[in-house]
Design a protein around this ligand. Structure first.
Ligand code: PEP
Ligand code: MG
Length: 603
């Protein structure tokens, strides 16, 4: 029975290209494992020819995933679609966060008159304040400790609660739970061993997390005394800074941090960046307590120890400018994205359901460029009324929506839809080809879409179109339904996704019948290179000139509006080229919308 069940277990998979300059280090690995553990299905991650269980944080970490790597997530089991979506959302958010970080690194330089010490930037920004020397290790009160067992339990609870505000602590909680702790001695020994084995390795930054855990437990066993911080704005100067220091410090009047040694990938560094606290690492031996303010220009890695009046004026001006700049990417997300030469590039969202529609709206999209309807109802076949309701709730949020008819087949399956078993499903019954095999289903969907239409413009788009006849047939079905059910087609446009290379060479014919084109770069790439987009080991350069040439080929010959709706436009590196080619409408993943708009403004 078990083996029969296994045979029919559904698998879902996606491929993501990491756009995260720091790769998947400890924190993302721990978060991914944490997300995966919430689901009962088995979830495997493969990259570079290796495959690991996502629930195993150390195995994910050991893959050493780097920026630009393609990762395939494959889940099998009942809740696999939800698990895949949750992990995909996390990875895309990670990419967006890191891209944002890169974007804010480009800051203006100030020349200071006063004497300054050169350190290394850990978290960019400028701050002014009195120096305050911090000795984290001495903050113990030797008298009122608790037993190790209680301390271990309390430390786990503390990390659990800290993890709600910052997911870095999820990683520490996972480490703490993985450490042998039958006795205090066993616990200390295992931490020492872990630290020794991490020294001089690529995961050296993880040492601070082990030290931090050790210190957290030690503080509880020995009893901790709270420190009194200055009431006026201060620059914290410390020999070392561990992640657990930071949630306490941010409640104080801290403006910046100068620390002896802090690798940029250490969790304390990530936390400082996430709380936007300027920080540098610097040899602090020459620093003495003084009664006057210093300037920390962390973007330049400088500590101006004796600033002049003019230095202070420029620093304060820079602080005000930076304050408005750092929030401007987000603040400007509802404004149109206009290039330096004054061209408006419309930024639309690629969405899958009501939640992502809301997220996209909040992220500042100007409409929906792609509604992937196959993700709307993943488990059971929806009734006609349910479909109308779901489409209505999405359409009512936007003035412009492009809705794609079911794109099932290939790597996307629906449990309630039987497709023929095929040797090569990516080249089989998928997308618009369902009009031949599942006409009733497609008719029902088309009618639901038409009935849900609101006042704005509604674009209906067919996926996987290879010939003009397929498009004419599907559009004909929609027209017949509209007249049969007396539904108006005013404001309804019909277009195709450009995913199959044959479209390039049929463009003159398509120009006569379609209202618009949307280039699905994900599938177009797979079909141009004949490489399965979910392949675990074969990958394609997502910025291959072949793809851009194909986009240019369409843009130059199309007489109807062209947009893109594949992953490409969610990547900052592609924006300049797409704009240069003449593409003026981009479909972007919701989390990336503010960043992509900012990138467009820079072109
Ligand atoms: C594409 O192929 O580029 C696309 C947007 O469609 P999907 O990724 O849903 O196949
Ligand atoms: Mg596609």
């Amino acid at each position: 029975m078990k083996s029969i069940f296994k045979l029919f277990t559904k698998t879902h998979h996606i491929v993501i290209r990491l756009n995260a300059p720091h790769g998947v280090h400890l924190r993302p690995s721990a978060i991914m494992a944490g997300i995966a553990k919430k689901y009962s299905c088995q979830i495997m991650l493969s990259a570079g020819g290796k495959q690991v269980d996502v629930k195993n944080m150390n195995a994910v970490l050991a893959l050493g995933l780097q920026n630009g790597d393609h990762v395939t997530l494959k889940a099998s089991g009942k809740d696999s679609p939800e698990a895949i979506k949750a992990l995909q959302d996390f990875l895309l958010t990670l990419c967006a966060e890191e891209a944002n970080l890169e974007l804010t690194q480009d800051l203006q330089k100030t020349n200071y008159e006063g004497s300054a010490l050169q350190g290394v930037s850990v978290s960019t920004g400028i701050a002014v304040g009195m120096p305050y020397f911090y000795e984290a290790r001495n903050s113990h009160n030797e008298e009122s400790g608790i037993s190790f067992e209680k301390a271990y339990k309390l430390a786990t609870e503390e990390l659990e609660s800290l993890a709600k505000d910052n997911d870095i602590f999820i990683a520490q909680k996972a480490i703490l739970e993985s450490l042998p702790h039958a006795s205090h001695q066993e616990f200390i020994t295992s931490i020492d061993e872990a630290i020794t084995s991490l020294k001089d390795t690529a995961n050296q930054a993880k040492i601070a997390d082990y030290q931090d855990i050790q210190r957290r437990v030690a503080k509880l066993t020995k009893g901790a005394k709270s420190l009194a911080f200055p009431k006026t704005p201060f620059l914290l100067i410390a020999d070392e800074l561990l992640p657990s220091d930071i949630p306490t410090l941010i409640k104080e009047n801290i403006q910046g941090v100068i620390v002896r040694e802090l690798p940029p990938r250490a969790h304390a560094a990530l936390l400082l960046r996430s709380y936007k606290i300027p920080a540098i690492s610097l040899d602090i031996d020459s620093l003495k307590p003084v009664d006057s303010v210093m300037i920390l220009d962390a973007s330049q890695g400088l500590l101006v120890t004796v600033p002049t009046k003019s230095d202070l004026d420029s620093a304060n001006n820079a602080i005000s400018a930076e304050l408005s700049n750092s929030t401007s990417v987000n603040e400007k997300r509802f404004e149109p994205a206009i290039t330096k030469s004054g061209k408006h590039i419309k930024v639309l969202a690629n969405i899958t359901d009501v939640d992502s529609a809301m997220e996209a709206k909040e992220a500042g999209c100007e409409g929906v460029g792609l509604l992937r309807t196959e993700f709307l109802f993943r488990e059971t076949k929806p009734t006609f009324d349910k479909q109308v309701e779901a489409y209505k709730s999405i359409f009512s949020l936007f003035d412009e929506v492009t809705v794609r008819t079911l794109d099932v087949g290939g790597d996307k399956n629906l449990p309630y839809l039987t497709l023929p078993r095929e040797t090569n499903p990516f080249l089989g019954v998928r997308g618009i080809r369902l009009f031949e095999t599942h006409l009733e289903l497609m008719e029902e969907q088309l009618l639901a879409i038409l009935k849900a239409k609101q006042n704005g413009e509604l674009k209906i788009m067919f996926p996987m179109v290879a010939t003009v006849e397929e498009f004419n047939y599907a559009k004909g079905v929609a027209h017949a339904l509209a007249s049969k059910h007396s539904v108006s087609l005013d404001g309804v446009l019909f277009g195709i996704m450009v995913e199959v290379p044959s479209v390039l060479f049929l463009i003159e014919e398509f120009n006569k019948v379609v209202d618009f084109y949307s280039i699905g770069t994900n599938d177009l790439t797979q079909y141009l290179f004949a490489i399965d987009r979910t392949h675990a080991t074969l990958s394609i350069d997502p910025h291959s000139s072949v793809l851009y040439d194909a986009i240019r080929y369409i843009q130059d010959r199309a007489t109807k509006p062209v947009s893109t709706c594949g992953e490409i436009a969610s990547n900052c590196d592609a924006i300049e080229k797409l704009v240069q080619i003449g593409i003026d409408t981009l479909g972007v993943t919701p989390a990336m919308i503010p960043t992509i708009k900012a990138r467009i403004r820079d072109v």
